[in-house]
Structure formats: structure tokens, C-alpha cells
Design a protein around this ligand. Structure first.
Ligand code: SAM
Length: 217
């Protein structure tokens, strides 16, 4: 996990926040009126930054990241969320959209329903693709996403539907197409996190063995 406490890295850019809205990991989907951030200098990117080294902003009004968090290793994700909390102003809001592990599990690996060997082979590859493809590092279900947000110092977590929000500027932001979604089983989890609270760490009995095992290469 990289260290986020390097105040020097923030410098003058740190004070460019104010009412800024950050769109992190924007890829090629820049949003007008937002500061579009990506580690790659793609068209529409306003700031080329590796956000695992920190977010050089303060007092921002909103942070949005679609299909981004799952691209960070677990501890980098945790540190990124804590950095979002730090960079947001007190009434700021973080909105995340990330693949839904429940949906992946239930739609990609239909054990017991295989009528031919070919189907078990298909599911083996598609489940592994979901975990390892496209640069994915960690997939969340709704409770684990809420838990990492609370561990990162957010007080409130609210799940939203695709494109919907109580906050006007967060409506209609999602770009990824909905795919085999039902209201009970959406393929993405969309969470909005607000407020500030003391960190509620995740249970060590789950984290420690995970960290130990994933450290082995
Ligand atoms: C799957 S793409 C999503 C792009 C866009 N948000 C979308 O929904 O189509 C993930 C993006 O995150 C960017 N990214 C990955 N790690 C990053 C990092 N550490 N800092 C900044 N951007 C990063 C990648 O370059 C990529 O454009």
C-alpha cells in the first residue's frame, strides 16, 4: 500500500479544490464540468495521475468513479477511499459504481446446471475472466463495499440505482450499459458515501489471511 500522507505532493494543486468535482479513472468517458482524472493521457483527461499516490485536491464537492475501484488491489482501494474522504469537503459525496460480486457469482458459475462438459469449461473461464480480466484486482459485494467505505472514515453509505441519485449532479452519470440486470440483481453496485466518522476497521479474521495469501506470488 502506498503512503498517502505526503503533504508535499499536494502543493498548489491541492488548493485547486473548492467546489471541484473529480471523475476518477475516467478512461475515455470524460464528463464535462468535472475534473477528469486517469493514469493514462487519454482524450478528455484533465489530470494524468496515479491516484494510488494520493489525490492532490482538498474541499472537493463530489468524487465519482465508475468501473474503477475494482482495478485497485484491496489495500490500495482502502487507501484510495480514505483519500477520497480526506479530499472531500464536509458535505461532499463519493459515488462509486463497481461490478457486483453477487451478480458475477450467480451468472458466471452455474454449478449444478451444466448439461455438457463444455458448459463447465465455459463457466470456469468466465468466472476467472471476471476476477482477473480487464485489470480487475478485487470484486466487492454490497456489504463489503459498505464496510470498506466505513473503514475509510465515511459515516453514511447509501446504495443507489443506475443513473439515480438524491443529489442532482450525480444523476445520469453512469455510462456502462446495463446488462442482464434485474432490480434485485444489478450487475453493478452503486454506492454513495457521505459524512465523516471514526474508521470502523474490517475484521482481522478475514483480512489477515487474505493479505497473507495475496502477498504470495
Ligand atoms: C475499466 S476503466 C473505466 C473507465 C471509465 N470510468 C469507464 O467507466 O468506462 C478503468 C480506468 O481506470 C484507470 N486507472 C487504473 N488505475 C488507475 C490509477 N491508479 N490511477 C488513475 N487511474 C487509474 C485506467 O487507466 C482506466 O482508464
Amino acid at each position: 500500500m502506498k503512503f498517502f500522507g505526503r503533504v508535499a505532493a499536494r502543493s498548489a494543486a491541492a488548493r485547486s479544490g473548492g467546489s471541484a468535482r473529480l471523475h476518477v479513472g475516467c478512461g475515455s468517458e470524460a464528463i464535462a464540468g468535472w475534473v477528469n482524472i486517469d493514469s493514462r493521457p487519454l482524450p478528455g483527461v484533465d489530470r494524468v495521475l496515479d491516484v494510488t499516490s494520493g489525490l492532490p485536491f482538498e474541499n472537493v464537492a463530489a468524487i465519482y468513479a465508475e468501473h474503477f475501484l475494482e482495478h485497485l488491489a484491496f489495500d490500495d482501494g482502502l487507501a484510495f477511499l480514505a483519500e477520497c474522504r480526506r479530499a472531500l469537503r464536509e458535505d461532499g459525496v463519493l459515488r462509486l459504481s463497481t461490478p457486483n460480486l453477487d451478480w458475477v457469482y450467480l451468472t458466471h458459475y452455474q454449478i449444478g446446471k451444466w448439461s455438457e462438459d463444455d458448459e463447465s469449461l465455459r463457466d470456469c473461464f468466465q468466472l476467472n475472466r471476471a476476477f482477473h480480466g480487464w485489470g480487475h484486482r478485487f470484486l466487492y459485494n454490497a456489504p463489503s463495499l459498505a464496510a470498506v467505505l466505513r473503514a475509510s472514515g465515511f459515516a453514511n453509505v447509501r446504495f443507489q440505482r443506475y443513473g439515480e441519485s438524491d443529489v442532482a449532479e450525480l444523476r445520469g452519470l453512469e455510462r456502462h450499459e446495463t446488462w442482464e440486470d434485474t432490480p434485485e440483481l444489478p450487475h453493478v453496485i452503486i454506492a454513495e458515501a457521505t459524512g465523516r466518522a471514526e474508521s470502523r476497521p474490517l475484521p482481522a479474521k478475514f483480512l489477515d489471511p487474505f493479505r497473507e495469501a495475496t502477498a504470495i506470488r
